[in-house]
Write a protein that binds this ligand. Sequence first.
Ligand code: GLU
Length: 474
Amino acid sequence: MAEPTIHAGLNFRQSVDHMVDRAIEVMDLDRDIAAAIKPCTSVLQVTFPVLIKGRVQVFTGWRAVHSIHRQPSKGGIRYALTVDQNEVEALAALMTYKCAIVDVPFGGSKGGLYIDPREYSRDDIQIITRRFARELANKGFLSPAENVPAPDVGTGQREMAWIADTYKHLYPEDINHIACVTGKPVEHGGIRGRTEATGRGVQYALQEFFRHPDEVKKTGMEGSLAGKKIVIQGLGNVGFYAAQFLSEEDDAKIIAVIERDGVVINQKGLDIQALSYYLCDNGGVKGFAGGEYSEDGAAALELECDILIPAALEGVIDASNANRIKAKLIAEAANGPVTFEADRILQKKGVSILPDAYVNAGGVIVSYFEWIRNLSHIRFGRMERRFDETRGRHIVQALESLGGKVPNYLRDELIRGADEFDLVRSGLDDSMRLALQDIITTKLTMEKVEDYRTAAYVISLSKLARSYQDLGVF
Ligand code: GLU
């Protein structure tokens, strides 16, 4: 296969497209279908004034819809100073591929507002968010049936609650109004487990990876996640939960956490909960007693470690530093942290990469569950939990009537009915496991597929192509 030309300085959108092109090439996908899949279907740009403390400020936001072969189109809304049309389009495209990889029946979309949310009070952000939501709804870019946002960098539950409430006031007759956005607080139609979902998904992805010893061996590692040295970039919602679960439940060692103001390192493993409290109180990691601080965060990406988890923004590993990365495996918890050029360099160096469109899919998987919960207007487990408990108790009684005693730990497990948390985690785990099994099989069986990213895109593109063909587009 001829290597696509590597251009220096590709923008985010081009970088994603080049990765997709590599898959299109190895799978010999019909060029017309590829040309129909790749571009965004529609992009909205809105500019609106908001009165803040007696002064008018003008904001610009975007919502890109990459695909509508399944609806609604799904994807987060980002508040950051990196936001522009190119970024939003790239992220919308990633959402399409992501949903297809993990079998979530949504199209891809993404939105963003050019704003530094830390510069504004809670009340300001509420006014801005409600106004942005009105713009999106009025222009057909927000609705339970067609376009459903979620949290992303710089947004969270509270913004989603404001968006849902704004939509409800605009369309009170829409019985499914609460499903117009996911990632809401549980008291406002959210689902248990959504906040932790992306980080939890990162953990499940790595757990599944370590169930494939042959693949683990190719990276130069062996054994389980226990004791593996991990560097995490970004202790936001995704990075925090990933770090917390991997260290507490899998006994991995988080040896470095990179944040805005630098890095804190401890080869024995950082106390993530304590670091997160410290970060909340102090706005940075400098001064944290549980590790050694350095202000050169970027250099810490190059630390000797087993697994590097970039969990912040795109483009942090590019042609300028890729050669110096020493991790054996990169798990892309952020969207687009490795550029196309860097991806090539890392592959040549023998560094394995579990791609973003798979690794961080936990968020949208649980968003899918939330959306279904909202449409069905009932919490998962509400109907069957007590029934299952009673049945479990009868099983224990039946077993004990045969003589002997069921050990306590088994008795507890048997008589416990699953609650919403259990069901969400089980559904998330299942989706993450199946998707990686698919990716590994594709990599092992398809000629010319040498890396997990290309394998993931091959799977995604085949599903998309089939869907486009079934719909009669070709
Ligand atoms: N913003 C998240 C992502 O990039 C979640 C999207 C969603 O739940 O719709 O995948």
